[in-house]
Design a protein around this ligand. Structure first.
Ligand code: ATP
Ligand code: MG
Length: 214
């Protein structure tokens, strides 16, 4: 851990306020990254052990998405990204709100992280025969076809350099995939490199019976 070593060096003799501030900022970033990583690893470990909390209830996907967008809007604003939503109202399904929030936060986090400033992110949702669909599109760099089938794998990152500067572990999409699957749904990615990416989530009105029992 380079940051911890740097903190050790900083503490070894008196420093200026600016040096302390800079070291603290680095530490803060590193702590955030580690919390994020351990939370994600714990989620997947619990899921693999079938010990994930599972509290399905009737919820409106459009309300849930509104709340998620409100939470993430400041990040989009800070990066100069336009975040638009077009949703049919009344998309009621049975699902676990905490998990679904996590699923959509992970997708939105990626869209914001990988789309360059000035870009656009569009969230659409509607009803289909057996449930609801949610599509998130961005005007980012896209994902080359050879990588597309792998992006839902744990620890998979398309460009190591691209991800390293934004600090991801490559777990966000694996978690999104598992949450969709746990609800009896699916998630898929389409991309046109150079133009953008679309992630589409399909969620049934009701999750599989086996999952409804706590
Ligand atoms: P983490 O989500 O664990 O913080 P991450 O964002 O790198 O890290 P994933 O969310 O699983 O990991 O995404 C896997 C990879 O897919 C990313 O590293 C990135 O290369 C690519 N990717 C995901 N979403 C997009 C997107 N909207 N546009 C372009 N590339 C994307
Ligand atoms: Mg991610």
């Amino acid at each position: 851990l380079q940051v911890a070593q740097r903190a050790f060096v900083i503490l070894s003799q008196p420093r200026t306020a600016e040096e302390y501030e800079s070291a603290l900022r680095d530490l803060e970033r590193e702590v955030d990254r580690l919390i994020h990583l351990s939370t994600d690893l714990l989620f997947l470990a619990r899921l693999d052990q079938r010990r994930l909390p599972w509290r399905p209830q009737a919820l409106d996907i459009s309300d849930l998405l509104d709340a998620v967008v409100e939470q993430i809007q400041p990040l989009a604003d800070a990066k100069g990204l336009l975040l638009e939503t077009t949703m049919e109202p009344g998309l009621v399904i049975q699902g676990d709100p905490d998990h679904l929030i996590r699923l959509f936060l992970n997708l939105l986090d990626n869209a914001i992280k990988y789309t360059p400033p000035g870009g656009q992110i569009t969230l659409r949702a509607g009803k289909e025969g057996t449930g609801v669909w949610v599509a998130l599109s961005d005007t980012g760099p896209g994902i080359p076809a050879e990588h597309l089938p792998h992006v839902f794998e744990r620890f998979y990152r398309v460009e190591k350099a691209r991800s390293r500067e934004s600090g991801g572990a490559g777990l966000g999409l694996a978690i999104a995939y598992e949450i969709a699957r746990w609800h009896g749904g699916t998630i898929e990615a389409q991309s046109e490199p150079g133009h953008g990416t679309i992630f589409t989530v399909h969620l049934p009105f009701r999750p599989p019976e086996a999952h409804v029992v706590e």
